[in-house]
Ligand binder design. Structure first.
Ligand code: PLP
Length: 408
């Protein structure tokens, strides 16, 4: 009897314990959901800093303008995902088609493939440690495309034939003056590599890809268009050389500056591949690709210290929230401090930033501790990379969050 009573008591305690645990878990889930939802509609000042905030209205306008520009030109837009790495921006940039994109990492390629995107170019000199993953994507998607600029990379593809007679879709990277990756367009090597790709069993020469990153040293539309014209002419001449040896394939050039101010001859290309335009940044406004009003991202930061002995303000945005990009390029330091043209982000450590007056002395009464400031980044690709979550708003009211993919 006593034994029976004891086991009944233990059972009762156990059930009570389990029930309490269940209630606690439910409460935690509800609180988390409520907190996530409860940010909606709140002002940006409700966010903890530092925070990357995205103006959805500007993003939509930037995406739509590029779509319309390419339609007017009669060239296919293949937007690059590297700046934002999110599904939401990808949908806006592809007008919901989820087709025809460029990525710079395999992590991006897998992320988009897993979410129903297809017709993807992995526009990065083929890394030999990733051939197997590229093969898996090629076998999974309708159209996964790789890029190469060396005979050895072609040999790697030859050694890994795809299943069921599928073809490796290959773009040849041509250097038309950018000077980073690619075979120099004027070298006989460029034509010989194109012929080798086209003549290799199990491999198709899908296109010629040139990135005109040299538009980044331009100032003003005239200079941008001169580089855009040079790159376009260079690729079109190369296409003629290919035609003369019986090869036809696609062609693609692009960068945000060149595609923000395209030249007419770009309509003779198959595609263009800009990416940064979705956010734009201070750098693009200085080049002349956009105006400062078009920049869709900011880093929110707060004043966390006063340093009168140095005439400085300490903020909670270090290089881990905005990046070190832009050093020495702006009169206002690493960023533009919105609404405070008299301030300069002069130096940063990992989590701390220092603001100084550009001239004269700081009036500390204007910047009490806790003051919220908004930084316009020099290079939005570098800044966005620093944030695991983007806070999306419309007219200063929070709408929700976007979660970018990360890694290589
Ligand atoms: C290979 C390649 N293609 C396209 C782009 C997109 O150019 P942008 O960032 O100027 O839009 C980049 C940018 O770095 C790139 O590296």
């Amino acid at each position: 009897m006593l034994k029976y009573r004891l086991s009944a008591i233990i059972r009762f305690i156990l059930i009570k314990y389990l029930f309490t645990c269940f209630v606690c878990v439910c409460v935690c889930v509800c609180v988390c959901c409520f907190r996530a939802v409860s940010m909606e509609g709140q002002p940006l000042s409700a966010l903890s800093s530092p925070a990357l905030v995205v103006d959805i209205d500007k993003v939509k306008t930037n995406a739509q303008r590029m779509i319309e520009r390419c339609q007017a030109l009669g060239v296919q837009l293949r937007p690059h995902m590297k700046t934002h790495k999110t599904l939401e921006c990808a949908d806006l940039m592809t007008a919901g088609s989820r087709r025809c994109i460029v990525v710079s990492t395999l992590a991006e390629a897998c992320f988009y493939a897993d979410h129903g995107f297809d017709d993807i170019i992995y526009a990065y000199s083929l890394p030999f440690d990733k051939i197997e993953r590229c093969a898996a994507l090629s076998e999974k998607l309708d159209l996964f495309q790789v890029l190469l600029d060396h005979h050895d990379a072609l040999q790697q593809l030859k050694r890994r034939p795809l299943k069921d007679g599928q073809l490796w879709h290959v773009w040849l990277k041509l250097d038309c003056g950018n000077g980073r990756a690619g075979v120099l367009h004027s070298e006989p090597e460029a034509l010989s590599l194109a012929r080798a790709i086209a003549g290799t069993e199990g491999v198709e020469l899908t296109g010629i890809y040139a990135h005109c990153g040299n538009t980044y040293s331009c100032t003003g539309v005239e200079q941008i268009q001169a580089v855009a014209q040079d790159t376009t002419s260079c690729v079109l001449q190369f296409m003629e050389k290919l035609k003369a040896v019986g090869i036809t394939c696609k062609s693609s050039i692009g960068s945000t500056p060149s595609c923000s101010h395209p030249v007419q001859d770009m309509s003779k290309l198959s595609e263009v591949h800009p990416g940064n335009y979705i956010f734009y940044d201070v750098q693009q406004s200085m080049i002349g690709s956009c105006s400062l009003e078009d920049v869709a991202v900011r880093v929110l930061t707060r004043v966390i210290g006063h340093c009168p002995q140095k005439d400085q303000l300490l903020i909670d945005c270090g290089w881990s929230a905005i990046s070190l990009d832009g050093a020495g390029k702006l009169p206002t330091g690493y960023a533009i401090i919105e609404g405070h043209p008299d301030l300069k982000l002069s130096s940063m450590t990992q989590e701390h930033g220092r603001l100084e007056p550009i001239s004269g002395h700081l009036d500390y009464s204007k910047y009490p501790l806790g003051t919220l400031l908004s930084l316009i980044p020099h290079h939005s690709c570098a800044t966005a990379m620093m944030h695991p979550v983007y806070h999306v708003h419309s007219k200063g009211r929070l709408l929700g969050t976007w979660n970018p993919t990360r890694g290589w």
